[in-house]
Write a protein that binds this ligand. Structure first.
Ligand SMILES: [Zn+2]
Ligand SMILES: [Zn+2]
Length: 338
């Protein structure tokens, strides 16, 4: 199954909506209410696909910035609970204990996190059913695609995570599609889809690709207001007692999300242009954060704007540039996938 788990709403944002190839008004409301800050909660614009306003709140003062960054911060835990709930549900409907289930069925997951323009992550996941020993064995006949879809539906609604008196859960929007070898959603289509989303990173929100340590430093960057407020909220919550585990200040530049996108960042490669831009930005960061090497810290997800399949292996020029950039000897990558 190819499953998309979404974040809930944290307030109305500008969106581009299309129906039958026509662009619809963003938030057309006949009797639109005026919010406590005096803003009319309506927008009749037909937004273009690259407009800066997309994903930004109709009223930033009404927008739940706390909920938004907390959702990102707990989403890896929410995901973990979802996978557990799914296994439990499968066991329960088939009248088995969890252990008995494991003896008959393996449920495996591959996922990618995608930033929405409003600054929250969605998860796209491939969920696969196999027999007890994995892909080499067949799942029992009762473990059908329908049974999986129903269990997913149940598990998504069943899990929550509480942080700072906020109860975070998945959004109501849930997309479940079956992957087939021949139909609309083939394995190849899913692979292409995931590759596309793996590259649509936080910068589509207009945030930064390096750590921000305090509000003063945040003030040095020219950012759109929405991204600035999301980062500022991470810094604020990062200092709240009881939230230390979420390491929100450390991951403020990722708007609170600290998971990996789908695998180790180093597995992703990049284009020459992106490398050059990264090097320039790194130089700039160095001047601000005396001696800290922000871009290539161990856990950092390398954020690139455009990513495309360029072929196998690295060219000599790429290798020299990459070595200069990281200051390390490269592992043998010949035959690897760029
Ligand atoms: Zn709008
Ligand atoms: Zn308001």
């Amino acid at each position: 199954m190819f499953v998309t788990l979404t974040a809930p709403s944290f307030g109305a944002v500008h969106v581009r909506r299309e129906k039958n190839g026509r662009v619809l008004p963003c938030h057309a409301r006949r009797n639109a209410v005026t919010c406590p800050h005096g803003r009319v909660m309506s927008c009749t614009a037909k937004h273009g696909p690259t407009e800066d306003r997309l994903g930004e709140p109709l009223c930033p003062d009404c927008y739940d910035y706390t909920g938004s960054v907390l959702f990102n911060a707990v989403s890896p835990e929410l995901w973990r609970r979802f996978t557990e709930a799914l296994r439990r549900r499968f066991a329960r409907v088939s009248g088995l204990t969890l252990k008995e289930l494991r003896d008959q069925l393996t449920i495996s997951f591959a996922k990618v996190a995608e930033y929405q323009r409003r600054g929250v992550v969605h998860f796209h996941a491939v969920i696969r059913l196999d027999g007890p020993t994995g892909p080499t064995s067949t799942p029992p006949p009762w473990a059908t695609a329908d049974a999986l879809a129903q269990a997913v539906q149940h598990a998504v609604g069943a899990v929550t995570v509480t942080a700072a008196n906020h109860t975070l859960r998945w959004g109501a929007q849930l997309d479940i599609r079956q992957i087939t070898m021949t139909g609309d959603l083939t394995e190849q289509a899913v692979a292409a889809y995931i590759a596309k989303y793996a590259t649509k990173a936080a910068e589509c929100v207009g945030t930064l690709d390096r750590r921000i340590h305090n509000l003063e430093e945040l003030g040095l960057y020219r950012l759109r207001e929405h991204a600035r407020r999301l980062i500022a909220e991470c810094l604020r919550l990062g200092a709240v007692e009881g939230l230390a585990d979420l390491r929100l200040a450390q991951w403020a530049h990722m708007l609170g999300f600290r998971g990996h996108f789908s695998t180790k960042s180093r597995r992703y490669s990049t284009t020459l242009g992106a490398l050059r831009a990264a090097r320039e930005e790194h130089m700039r960061t160095e001047q601000i954060t005396t001696g800290r090497l922000a871009l290539f810290e161990e856990d950092t997800v390398l954020v690139v704007a455009h990513w495309e399949y360029a072929g196998q292996g690295l060219s000599a020029g790429d290798q020299i540039l990459a070595a200069a950039l990281t200051g390390t000897r490269l592992p043998d990558v010949s035959g690897g996938t760029r």
